[in-house]
Design a protein. Sequence first.
Length: 287
Amino acid sequence: DRAREAYRPVFMITDFQSDKEDWDYSLQTRLEHALSHDRIDIALQPQFDLASGDIVGAEALARWFDEEQGQIPPERFIGQCERVGRLDELTERVLSKTLDSIEAMSANEWAPDVSLNISAIQFADEGIADLIERQIVGRAIDPKGVTIELTETARIENFVLARRTIERIKQLGMKFSIDDFGIQTANLETIYELPFDEIKIDRLFIGNLRQSTKARAITSSLIGLARDSGMVCVAEGIEDNATLELLKELGCERAQGYFLSRPIPPKDLINLLKSRTDGLDGRRYHG
Ligand code: C2E
Ligand code: MG
Ligand code: MG
Ligand code: MG
């Protein structure tokens, strides 16, 4: 048994997603190419303030269009980047594109806050803080408008080290959000230990709000938890109007989901924000 244990691949012990095991190895070469030739793009998904209907934020999501296989979902290539030690490089590409889009919007009064996803496993040392500092220096950007969504927070092994790195980035002015809150990858201990400004309620609960009393109870208590501990609450995965109305009743501050808007190219978001501001109704989702 000991011998068998020794040959077990490391990723079987640490990874959550089973699709990581059937990666097509010819894709690896194209992923390397995509990373080094600046082929990783972002889409921005608007976040709405539920009281006003305004677009107040946008989440940057990594996009990779491979010429042979088409659009590859981030859940596939992010795991692969991690396995081959290129997650920081991916983050650098995504961060650079995200900051470009913030710069493109920054002169306007309608400029939303922008968030991006970074895996918590990158917070085991301060390298990620150096990377972020390097990227933001010399740009016409207010770091207060940038939020880092920490994903896979259950994989944090050392809260002291993670907190040190987070605090360093917070000193620049950036905010921190805990992503997918309430499922295996994000738990209460993590909220207790780390200085988050925002929680994102996982779409497992939001998707079941209408039909499940339990999902409503959980969502309601997470909204209360956020409020009582001074965090902004964002609901993800709103797919219909009934869910949106329920979230308003429960007092949720912000929402994002296909019903409100899909993730869209940055230039489309800019056009959307411009057209909403030009209209009489401002940036409302009704109208
Ligand atoms: P996430 O951060 O929780 O992002 C939300 C995901 O839900 C996105 O999927 C988004 O397209 C999708 N979504 C939004 N609204 C709805 C809805 O109403 N219904 C449904 N069914 N889905 C909705 P996407 O873009 O495929 O990203 C998946 C995950 O990959 C992200 O989940 C995030 O964990 C990770 N990811 C994406 N970009 C990056 C990145 O640049 N770095 C890292 N580390 N992770 C990333
Ligand atoms: Mg996210
Ligand atoms: Mg999420
Ligand atoms: Mg998710």
